[in-house]
Design a protein around this ligand. Sequence first.
Ligand code: BT5
Length: 270
Amino acid sequence: MNGNSNHQTWKELELIGKSLINTRFRAIYYVPQTGSTNSDLLSQASQGAEDGLVLATGHQSTGRGRLDRLWEAPPRTNLLFSVLIQPKIFHQSFQLLTPALALSLVNVLAGHGVDSQVKWPNDVWLSGKQRGKVAGILAESIKVEDLSQMIVIGMGCNVTWPTSKDNVPFKAVSLKEVGLEIEPNDLLCAILLEFENQLSKLENPDGPELLRKELLEKSATIGKRVLVQQHSGDIEGQAVDLDPSGALIISDGEKEYSILAGDVIHLREA
Ligand code: BT5
């Protein structure tokens, strides 16, 4: 792989690759700094890169969230990575890749005694007293030369930043803040192993339903009163379910709405 980001050469993370030998994630690279790992892998995909390529970085100058928002993190304080996948799943299940990666982090953190939940559609929030967003996910798709669709899915996870002393303009929390000190590479390896499990499950016919059930158990959103902000207008109601494609089902007492995309604000019960 001749990846190049801002004229920095990608370095292969061989040790990580070894423990992931039975997964699709065997080509894992690191670059000290780049614009956005998602953008780098989209560009690699258009040049013929294959399923399973991973790029991690220590710093992004233009880390992206949804709708051109920024993902912010000082150098070497976050786990920042993207993976390129060509999932063998039905097109209508592509929306499930984001929650599958979110669940992977939730399960890894549970193994370290840290409680977290998936906040629909693309966040992981730490539960309990120090509630806040610990990770965000951005999935993007690209049609490659043979016209098949590839997905780049990236995660930013707050490892050592922010702390309660940092005045950040969003509700964020880091793993260090809740007492978990973990090497970003170890975290990456554990997440990729878990993500491989989730992807293999999804590739089975009953996979989407199994994922839906696990998501319902580990959702921060289901059961809450929410305000959904969408281009087409806001909807307030109770988050009651997820459908098989990952859409959020909201009930306003009279009608149910199926939400495919949008921002969700959890409201306090009246
Ligand atoms: C996300 O978007 O949360 C998706 C973030 C994905 C970032 C990864 S990093 C590796 C890969 N390469 C990229 O370029 N991107 C991906 P969204 O739901 O739109 O949330 C963005 C919002 O989260 C911002 O507008 C801030 O309010 C907040 N935010 C920014 N940085 C944050 C952080 N470090 N921790 C918690 N919240 C943050």
